[in-house]
Design a protein around this ligand. Structure first.
Ligand SMILES: [Mn+2]
Length: 342
């Protein structure tokens, strides 16, 4: 029995603007960028767009500030991604994916050099600041990768296995394997099309969500040993020292906040990871998760970060204990207001 996927429509989602399609079609030397500490949707959308552009006969350049963690090394085309030092000046278009503000591109985007070049922003974060010359921001999509399925359709590019593996990775990781509250029929329709195009769902899940190192587990152990809970907020702090002892790199700590929010008595989880900038300045990487009905993106935005209502983060300068108590107080206030508004 065969399945006619052409019958599947993706309703009620913002289509790509015509000007954006035109820019993609008429540009030749395209730089594609995603955010610092790249997650599955960042890498998946970067590679997915690259495969779409290659199908259109273009040879895009892909750049990320930070190295990919082990979990994403299985993706097709990762070896093509360059770091900041290899980024040139002379592109005729820059496309920025899954990134809510200009600083989140990190050092691969240099305003002084690149601000003369048209910048397309394709993103689904509610905190997006519309920093591009052409912005396609759809907060109704669970992942930037979901938007790229529609982009491929709009560009008349048939989905290939390489596109499908890349794009399904973003859908799987941003929805925690279809478990988040925003997982709807549109998401599953897009997923079905990616499966039909050749993506292997269990292989993607095993390589991403169901894969962690022993050292990460040891770091979780240190975090769990000092976990605290008060008024529906569960949180823990991770010192630079415990991270160093575990051997886990900073942008690999994600997952602990996801785990903490599964605690029945908690509505909101937070992790606070201490690191030191090269200048010696103490910086705290904050990661938040919330159950449906609570919005952590606004708190993250207040502290200079961003994200989605159920998952957000920010980086705050200051001492670990000071920052964590200030931010936990803000989360408690947000929770009180949400409960009062019901
Ligand atoms: Mn995303």
């Amino acid at each position: 029995m065969s399945l006619d996927v052409s019958l599947l429509q993706q309703a009620d989602l913002a289509p790509p603007p015509p000007l954006l399609l035109n820019l993609l079609e008429t540009s030749h030397h395209i730089l594609c960028i995603s955010h610092v500490s790249p997650d599955g949707d960042a890498v998946g959308s970067l590679l997915g767009l690259a495969w779409i552009l290659r199908a259109m006969g273009k040879r895009p350049v892909l750049a990320l500030q930070d190295d990919l963690i082990q979990e994403f090394q299985f993706l097709p085309g990762v070896e093509e991604i360059i770091g900041p030092a290899a980024v040139a000046h002379n592109y005729d278009l820059i496309v920025c994916l899954d990134t809510s503000s200009v600083d989140r591109m990190g050092t691969v985007y240099c305003s002084e050099i690149h601000s003369q070049i048209p910048l397309i922003v394709i993103d689904h974060h509610i905190t997006n600041t519309f920093f591009g010359t052409e912005n396609w921001v759809d907060v109704g999509s669970v992942a930037t990768c979901q938007m790229l399925v529609r982009l491929a359709d709009a560009l008349d590019v048939p989905l290939t296995e390489q596109m499908a593996v890349s794009l399904l990775t973003g859908l799987v990781t941003d929805t925690l394997c279809f478990r988040t509250a925003n997982t709807d029929a549109n998401v599953l329709q897009a997923t079905l099309r990616l499966l039909v195009a050749g993506a292997d769902l269990s292989h993607i899940v095993r390589n991403t969500l169901d894969s962690r190192s022993f050292s990460l587990l040891k770091l979780w152990g240190a975090g769990l040993a000092s976990v605290q809970m008060e008024d529906g907020i569960i949180w823990t702090t991770l010192s630079a020292e415990s991270r160093q002892q575990s051997g886990v790199e900073l942008h690999q700590s994600d997952g602990l906040a996801n785990f903490l929010v599964t605690v029945r008595e908690a509505d909101i989880s937070a992790t606070f990871s201490q690191r030191f900038a090269q200048s010696g300045q103490e910086l705290i990487e904050c990661s938040f998760r919330a159950k449906p009905g609570f919005n952590v993106s606004q708190v993250a935005f207040t502290f200079g970060g961003g994200g989605h209502p159920p998952a957000a983060g920010c980086t705050v300068a200051g001492r670990l204990q000071d920052v964590s108590s200030r931010v936990v107080a803000a989360l408690q206030e947000m929770r009180r207001q949400s409960l009062a508004g019901r």
